[in-house]
Design a protein around this ligand. Structure first.
Ligand code: ZN
Length: 486
C-alpha cells in the first residue's frame, strides 16, 4: 500500500524536530529531498494536476489557479476551486479536463485501486482524480454520488462552508479510515490536507498559528500511519509526504489592473478586454492585438519578477521569454503570464523569502511566483522500498511522484510523463551522490519603450530531466525613457 499525503504549502524548512516531531523523525529514518520543485505557477490547482498526471501545465492544461473560459463566463476568470466550473470548461471545449492520463486511470488499467480525499477546495480535490476511477472525498462533496450518499447516511451530512480547516481535515480523514480504506483496500491512498496553507496565508510562516497547525497535522499523520500499518503491516506500507508548493511572505502590494487601465491598455480595472487572474493576463477582442504592448508594459514594472508570452505568439514579441521555458504554453494559457517579484528578504520570524502581491488583501504570506522559496516544495518518503536515512540534494519535483508510485507498484510509467522515477530514493536505485547534478540558465532581454529587462530562468538537471529553480530579473530604465537620468 502507498500513502501519498499532501500538506498544502509546506516548506522543507518547516520540517523540524520542534515543529513536526513525527515527520522530522520519519524524514531522518527515510529519505528527505531538499531540492523539490513545484510546477509554475507555484499554486495549488496547477500542482494538483501535476501530481495526478506526472506532467506540467503544457500537457495537463490547468494553467493557473483561475482560468479564463469564455464559454463558461465571458466576464471574468473561473476559479479552479470550483469543480463544476472546471467540468464546464472541459465540456465547452468538448475535451478532457486534463489532457493526459491520470495516476488513477493508469492504476485502474492495471487493475489497481486508488482512493482519494482532500480538505481543500472541491476543485483541488476533484483534480486528484477527475474521472473518478475510485472514491474521491471532499468535505463539501464526494464522487461518485453513491460515495456522498454513503457519507451523508453515516455522518448526517457533509460539512458546511463555515467549517474550519481542522474540521475539514478530520472529516476527510475519518471518511477515508472509517469508510473507503476498509471497503476498497486500495493500493494507493491520496490525502490532500489544506494546511498549513491557510494558517500561513493569514498568520505568516512560523507564526504561532501556523506552528500549532503543523503540530496538529503531525499528530494526525502519526495516527494515520499507525492505522495503515495495522492494516498492511509496517513492512507493507510506503509513505510519501509532499507539498504542492513553497511559500513566501508578503513584502509589498501592486495593482496590475489599475496600472493597465491607467496606461490605456484596458478601459477600466475591471473591464474584460484584459482578464487578469492570478499570474495570467487573457487578452480578448481587440486587445488580442496588443500582446506586445501588454508584455512590454509588464516587463517595465519593478514589481514584476518575470514575464512569459505564449509560444505561438512569439513572432509578435520576439524578445520575450516563452511560456515553454517554465513548462507552460498550453492552448488554454493566457497570452501573457507573469510572476510577482520575489526576494530572499526574511519575515519577522526570520524565515527567508518574500514576494509582492496584488491588491490590499489580508494575506501576510502567499505563493504563486517563480521565486525559489515558492517553487521549492517538500518531499519526504519512508517505509517499504525506500532507502533509510538519506538526505538527497538531487533535484526532483512534484511531476516525479506519479511515475515513482507506478514504479513502486511494479508498473512502467508511460513515456509521455514529464517526471521520472526517483530511483535515488529507492532501495533498488543508486545513492543520491552517484547522480550528476548540473545547472543551466536561459535568458531573455525585453527592450521596451521605457526600460530594459534582463530575465533569467535558472534550472537544475538530473537523470535527464530539467527542473525550474527560479526566474530572476533586473530592470533598468531605458536611457531614452522620460525622466531617466544618464
Ligand atoms: Zn497549495
Amino acid at each position: 500500500m502507498i500513502l501519498l499525503v499532501i500538506w498544502d504549502g509546506l516548506r522543507p524548512d518547516m520540517v523540524r524536530s520542534d515543529y513536526t516531531p513525527y515527520l522530522h523523525r520519519m524524514a531522518r529514518e527515510g529519505a528527505f529531498c531538499r531540492a523539490g520543485h513545484a510546477a509554475f505557477p507555484s499554486a495549488t490547482r496547477i500542482n494538483a494536476a501535476s501530481l495526478s498526471t506526472g506532467c506540467y501545465p503544457c500537457a495537463h492544461g490547468i494553467v493557473d489557479n483561475e482560468m479564463y473560459a469564455p464559454a463558461v463566463d465571458a466576464q471574468k476568470a473561473i476559479s479552479c476551486a470550483d469543480w463544476r466550473a472546471l467540468e464546464g470548461m472541459a465540456r465547452s471545449e468538448e475535451a478532457r479536463l486534463l489532457g493526459v492520463p491520470t495516476l488513477g486511470e493508469l492504476l485502474q488499467r492495471a487493475g489497481r485501486r486508488m482512493v482519494a480525499g482532500g480538505s481543500g477546495s472541491p476543485g483541488t480535490t476533484y483534480l486528484i482524480n477527475p474521472t473518478v476511477t475510485g472514491p474521491v472525498v471532499n468535505w463539501a462533496v464526494a464522487w461518485p454520488q453513491a460515495a456522498e450518499e454513503m457519507l451523508v447516511a453515516r455522518y448526517g451530512g457533509m460539512l458546511a462552508q463555515t467549517s474550519s480547516s481542522s474540521e475539514r481535515n478530520r472529516f476527510v480523514l475519518r471518511a477515508l479510515c472509517e469508510v473507503f480504506i476498509p471497503t476498497q483496500r486500495p493500493d494507493v491512498i491520496v490525502l490532500w490536507l489544506t494546511e498549513p496553507d491557510h494558517s500561513q496565508h493569514y498568520h505568516g510562516l512560523a507564526s504561532p498559528e501556523a506552528l500549532a497547525m503543523l503540530r496538529e497535522l503531525d499528530a494526525d499523520l502519526e495516527g494515520l500511519v499507525a492505522y495503515l500499518e495495522g492494516l498492511c503491516g509496517a513492512d507493507g506500507l510506503t509513505c510519501i509526504l509532499l507539498s504542492d508548493h513553497g511559500f513566501e511572505s508578503v513584502a509589498g502590494h501592486a495593482d496590475p489592473d489599475r496600472e493597465l487601465a491607467e496606461a490605456g491598455l484596458k478601459r477600466a480595472p475591471d473591464s474584460n478586454e484584459i482578464v487578469r487572474a492570478s499570474n495570467s493576463l487573457w487578452l480578448t477582442g481587440a486587445a488580442r492585438e496588443r500582446v506586445r504592448d501588454v508584455a512590454h508594459f509588464m516587463a517595465e514594472w519593478p514589481w514584476v519578477g518575470s514575464v512569459f508570452v505564449r509560444d505561438d505568439l512569439l513572432t509578435h514579441v520576439p524578445d520575450a521569454m516563452p511560456q515553454s521555458a517554465v513548462w507552460g504554453g498550453h492552448p488554454r494559457a493566457a497570452q501573457v503570464m507573469f510572476s510577482y517579484r520575489a526576494s530572499a528578504q526574511p519575515n519577522g520570524e526570520g524565515v527567508p523569502g518574500s514576494v509582492v502581491i496584488s491588491g490590499e488583501g489580508s494575506l501576510v504570506a502567499t505563493h504563486g511566483s517563480a521565486g525559489r522559496y515558492a517553487l521549492n516544495n517538500a518531499l519526504i518518503a519512508w517505509g517499504r522500498g525506500v532507502k533509510k536515512g538519506i538526505i538527497s540534494d538531487v533535484p526532483c519535483g512534484i511531476v516525479d511522484v506519479a511515475p515513482t508510485v507506478l514504479h513502486l507498484l511494479g508498473l512502467e510509467p508511460p513515456a509521455h510523463m514529464a517526471g521520472r522515477v526517483l530511483h535515488e530514493l529507492l532501495d533498488d536505485g543508486p545513492p543520491p551522490e552517484a547522480l550528476a547534478v548540473t545547472t543551466s540558465a536561459r535568458e531573455a532581454i525585453y527592450r521596451t519603450p521605457n526600460a530594459r529587462r534582463h530575465q533569467v530562468a535558472h534550472y537544475s538537471h538530473a537523470a535527464g530531466r530539467a527542473y525550474l529553480d527560479q526566474v530572476t530579473s533586473s530592470v533598468d530604465a531605458h536611457p531614452s525613457a522620460k525622466g531617466s537620468s544618464t
